[in-house]
Design a protein around this ligand. Sequence first.
Ligand code: X2X
Length: 333
Amino acid sequence: RTLLVGAATTGIATTFSIRTRPANAAEFTYKFANNQALTHPMNIRAKEAVARIQEESGGRMAINIFPSSQLGADTDMLNQVRSGGVEMFSLSPIILSTLVPNASLNGVGFAFPSYDQVWPAMDGELGKYVRGEIEKKGLLTLEKIWDNGFRQITSSRGPVETPKDLEGFKIRVPVSPLWTSMFTAFGSAPASINFAETYTALQTGIVDGQENPLAILTTAKLFEVQKYVSMTNHMWDGFWILLNRRSWQALPEDLRQIVARHFNAAAELQRKDVMALNASVQAELEGKGMKFNKPDGALFQEKLRSANFYKDWKGKYGEEAWAILEKAIGKTL
Ligand code: X2X
């Protein structure tokens, strides 16, 4: 009898259990790992998609969700989805750039003015270009990117009002050269820390701040360890649903289509949820004691320009990729 790990029937596994294969077990069982809390729209919508996939496949396809970095932090999981340790893993394109350098294009500081440019770009030419780059590295990704959101800076020390306030600021950033480079350009002291360790890093004062979309401040309870929120909107970030290539190719075509269709449909719903949450959650966070301010983004962009941030990154991405980005955002950086 085969040993399976996880709870195949619920779609959500919160603890590990080892048990023998029941008579009605699925033909294919995937693990979907991600770094978000169960309450984040990513997991709410993924859970629905998983239930529909199970139903439409007549029980042949089971996907167990492992939220909150339960199976490991993002940089470990990127290795696991490459090796087949997990079959599905959602990852920020900016962190993915540690493997696929040009995947981080969407995260260039202050490139995207609003969601009006984001979705046509990510569902259009820019997304297609990046998916091609991902495939060149041996991974696959589903077509629709999920939303993380526009990122805002939080601090336990005081509000960030001008670029001066970022000088010497000890800030946690996800593991990615683009993030480190951006906050180095601001004169900050960025520390690369996986999301799995971010709450603790803030709680113990290893860093004074971090940056994330508002939705995450509530779902990951970062409001407990941060006081000030500065609405910088400094980059847009999402989550590609990465797939281990061998596992995906092992699925019969009909199951591949069922999985892709339900996850892509869930992405559309999740985008609406995150946008709504990011737009509405400020009042809740203020109720928990957080103080908001809205700095002038142009000052920050000017600082990046004078530090040659755009010039350097254009050189790294290359003319072709940079042109795709500038076309998507409708302006030159
Ligand atoms: O690590 C983060 O800050 C997060 C949750 O936003 C990402 O996955 C990039």
